[in-house]
Design a protein around this ligand. Sequence first.
Ligand code: HEM
Ligand code: HEM
Length: 176
Amino acid sequence: MRIFNSNLEYGLLAKLFHWVTFLILIAQVPFGFYLVGLEFSDERIELENIHILIGITIFYITLFRLIWKFMNPSPTSTINAFKGQVLIAKLNHFLLYLSILMITTSGILKKLFMGESLNFLFFNYGFKKDNFILADAFYQVHIYANYILIALVTLHILAVIAHHVLFKDKILKKIT
Ligand code: HEM
Ligand code: HEM
């Protein structure tokens, strides 16, 4: 299997980025909602640290994925069932990337504005001064960006089903 994308299908690295991100996100989103429902305890702090570690990992994966995408363009569309279809697909993909980056950066900024030091895997970093108003604002962004991501992923999956069932275009082959 080729590591680079071709005109017809994604290469090995793009496929890995896509499916690893998918597997992490289907665990991380419900994990986040579960976490906030817990009583304050050592266990909750421990689980929050795991949530943050996974979140930082997905942040780096998305950055590497975007760098890879710019170096190595995605396959072109195989079918054009209606006008503007390619544009809608590109918009969906762009917003998916944007929502993941919004979730991760807002989570990071929330913790930093709380005045806490954060483990960025390769280094630790913290702001000198806290700002609880901004910390709360970024936490709101964190929550709403999660709802946006859920809506976008739902549309994304419905589009794949439409391609298979209505347009008879086996689009999944491009990424599996
Ligand atoms: C957390 C869930 C998911 C996210 C965030 C996600 C994100 C993305 C993104 C950003 C792309 C565009 C890749 C690029 O060209 O840069 C893409 C492509 C694609 N994804 Fe997903 N995806 C998810 C789940 C799924 C699932 C469950 C399926 C299958 C049912 C799927 C099938 C596809 C297919 C077929 C493409 C290629 C579309 C095309 O070339 O027009 N994805 N995905
Ligand atoms: C794509 C990655 C991430 C996803 C999908 C995600 C998802 C979530 C969700 C759904 C919640 C629950 C929100 C609510 O209903 O109140 C949450 C809470 C939270 N997230 Fe994330 N998150 C991610 C990354 C991060 C990162 C990178 C950080 C910080 C560095 C972070 C820090 C937090 C914190 C501090 C909470 C509140 C936990 C608590 O109050 O105990 N998250 N996250």
